[in-house]
Ligand binder design. Structure first.
Ligand code: UTP
Length: 292
């Protein structure tokens, strides 16, 4: 079996971000910074590190800042150049996207994550693709999507990043019915979106990183409504089980749910502590707060 190369990523960013109101009234949730970089930039950097070359952002109303973020800021760059702010200029230039590598489609109504992915169907075409939900951040030695891409190359099928969550939290996630385990890979026998804790088939839950075969779009096209009345990606993925290899990858790293206030604050601290330029000063002030 020849394994098709993984070059595409879909970034769904059309959600309303209600948990971060009023911050997200005029700016998209995905533009919220962790330390000094917006969430969307972390997702794109992680994907590029995993060999992704083509991006599709699924946007909605009020999301133009996300599109502008990936444009070249000519005036800013020439001002930085004239003021000899070489480091800042170099940083901006190093993050430039290849011309034509990022496209956007509009999800006119936020009908759910599955519907958002379906909106990218023309971009996806017949190719395998990654999905990154920018509000999930992963701090790891090997970028999380790279770990998934390696697993995809090994299995040739669908791979989702999973972690065990407390049983009382499973109703926030897509949850695996698990089969055989080989190292970090867990065979997926079934998937259920937002199960009640007492009926969840396991506590192994999907975080916002996926590598999927394009056939998922055919199942999404049925527009079946699932949990919360939304078109759920998990439900479409569940229909692929048995037709193609499907695995959960227990990724290495710590994941932060930045769509949640406490998770976002924790990510700020964890990412700042991991930075050579900030780690020790943050550690010192945290100690001072803890001792107070
Ligand atoms: P969330 O469940 O976090 O929803 O979506 P949200 O709207 O962003 O945030 P809250 O719950 O109102 O605070 C998970 C991901 O799916 C995208 C979101 O942008 C986010 O990346 N999404 C969700 C869409 O693109 N379209 C949708 O219809 C729903």
């Amino acid at each position: 079996m020849s394994i098709r190369p993984l070059r595409k990523a879909v970034l769904p960013v059309a959600g309303l971000g209600t948990r971060f109101l009023p911050a997200t009234k005029a700016i998209p949730k995905e533009m919220l910074p962790v330390v000094d970089k917006p969430l969307i930039q972390y997702a794109v950097d992680e994907a590029r590190a995993a060999g992704i070359e083509q991006f599709c952002m699924v946007t909605g109303r009020g999301k133009t800042a996300l599109i502008d973020h990936f444009d070249i800021a000519f005036e800013l760059e020439s001002t930085l150049a004239s003021r000899h702010k070489d480091d800042a200029l170099e940083m901006l230039r190093s993050e430039r996207m290849e011309p034509g590598s990022i496209t956007t489609v509009r999800q006119q109504v936020p009908l759910g994550l599955g519907h958002a992915i379906w909106c990218a169907r023309v971009f996806i075409g017949d190719d395998p693709f990654a999905i990154l939900l920018p509000d999930d951040l992963v701090l790891s030695k090997t970028p999380c999507l790279q770990q998934l891409a390696d697993a995809y190359r090994e299995t040739g099928g669908n791979v989702v990043a999973v972690e065990n969550v407390p049983r009382e939290h499973v109703s926030r996630y897509g949850v695996l019915k698990t089969g055989a385990e080989h190292g970090n890979l867990v065979e997926v026998l079934g998937l259920v979106e937002k199960p009640k804790p007492e009926v969840a088939p396991s506590t192994l839950s999907i975080i916002g990183r996926y590598v999927l075969l394009p056939e998922v779009v055919n199942y999404l096209a049925r527009m079946d409504r699932g949990a919360g009345g939304e078109v759920q990606l998990t439900d479409a993925m569940a229909k692929m089980v048995g037709h193609a290899p499907f695995h959960g990858l227990k990724f290495e790293g710590r994941r932060f749910d930045c769509g949640d206030k406490a998770g976002y604050l924790e990510a700020q601290l964890a990412f700042a502590l991991a930075r050579p330029d900030l780690g020790s000063s943050v550690r010192n002030f945290l100690k001072a707060y803890a001792d107070a």
